[in-house]
Design a protein around this ligand. Structure first.
Ligand code: SF4
Length: 354
């Protein structure tokens, strides 16, 4: 146990939780299935928003078997309006996996749970501690905020270690890990609020270092928000006979490592085909003539928003080279078998005449 954890008022927190915890439906009968559904729904979503969805979802899928037997379309329809639809797809896929691989019984080890789609360290910790009463830590935004303020700690790995030490220590004092972890989450949701922590009503106030120093608002430090980067590209689909010129990105590149793509260049003038051709020649050495232009399409990667103008082109017969470093002629029927980003498939979908 780290020296830091000794000063934590575990008993006071446990008493506070018994007195103030909210009456939430997933707390009534915390089976692994119910805890899992609630935790996935609560990701990036407020409790009040989740409540009607939770009731409707469990009315239609009261068991994991019912969820696994449904079609993905039906699951998505019940999720409609809750957003982040990959959560619903992963729930459905994970239910099918549990049904097939674990004979319908929700696994109870961290390794097995982490194999399920859509479940990371936080959700695994929530299921293992709340439903299986195992001393496994959780570190959601609420818990992170409390521990960061309480110990003036900022490193994510140290916060995980503290969360683990504390839940293990709680169990050794006969406090159920389920109650202890939920108490931390509840304190973060009701008292240790991001902007205005209610320290005078907090069971941790006598030992909290950030309160002692009056620096609650500095912990945890705000994460830098990546600003959206917008870029415009001109993309060239260049063919000769049945072959197309593709470029292979090396694994040194920042994006699309080891992927094949139609050659494209970043230029603010991509909408203007003459300027796009000139930029393409300057950046690649290839001289081309445009055969056909297409409307642009959008593509997003993390915080990058790309606008891509595709052109069908051929080499200018009078000028330039047909070879370049990283470029290769690929037969048309091989293109779809190469590893590529979805920019390539989006381009092909738009050029259904090639
Ligand atoms: S005393 Fe204040 S800052 Fe510290 S844990 Fe409690 S609410 Fe948060």
């Amino acid at each position: 146990m780290s020296a830091k954890s000794f000063s934590f008022p575990t008993q006071s927190l446990a008493r506070w939780y018994q007195k103030f915890k909210r009456d939430l439906p997933w707390r009534k009968n915390p089976t692994p299935y119910f805890v899992w559904i609630s935790e996935i729904m609560l990701q990036q979503t407020q409790v009040q928003t989740v409540l009607p969805y939770y009731h409707r979802f469990l009315k239609r899928f009261p068991t994991l078997k019912a969820l696994a037997s449904a079609s993905e379309q039906e699951v998505l329809a019940l999720w409609s309006g809750l957003g982040y639809y990959s959560r619903a797809r992963n729930l459905h896929r994970a239910a099918t996996m549990v049904q097939e691989k674990h004979k319908g019984k929700f696994p109870s080890t961290k390794g097995e749970i982490l194999e399920l789609p859509g479940i990371g360290a936080y959700t695994a910790g929530a299921i293992l501690s709340i439903a299986f009463h195992q001393a496994v830590p959780i570190l959601d935004g609420n818990v992170k905020r409390i521990l960061s303020r309480f110990y003036l700690e900022t490193a994510q790995s140290s916060l995980w270690e503290l969360a683990e030490t504390l839940v293990t220590d709680a169990q050794s004092r006969a406090i159920d890990p389920s109650d202890f972890n939920q108490a931390l989450m509840e304190l973060g949701a009701l008292v240790c609020l991001p902007e205005h922590p209610q320290c005078l009503g907090c069971p941790l106030q006598n030992d909290c270092l950030s309160k002692k120093e009056g620096v609650q608002h500095l912990y945890p430090p705000k994460e830098k928000i990546n600003k959206t980067v917008r870029q415009t590209f001109a993309l060239f689909v260049i063919s000769e006979g049945n072959q197309f010129l593709l470029r292979h990105r090396s694994n040194q590149e920042r994006q699309f490592k080891n992927m094949w793509e139609f050659p494209m260049v970043s230029t603010p003038f991509a909408a203007d085909k003459e300027k796009a051709v000139r930029e393409f020649r300057e950046q690649t050495g290839f001289s081309v003539e445009i055969k056909k232009s297409y409307p642009y399409f959008a593509h997003s990667i993390t915080h990058h928003r790309l606008k891509i103008w595709p052109f069908m082109a051929r080499f200018d017969s009078k000028n330039g080279t047909r070879k370049g470093n990283g470029f290769k002629w690929i037969p048309k029927d091989k293109i779809k078998t190469l590893s590529s980003s979805s920019i390539l498939s989006k381009t092909l979908a738009r050029m259904n005449d090639i």
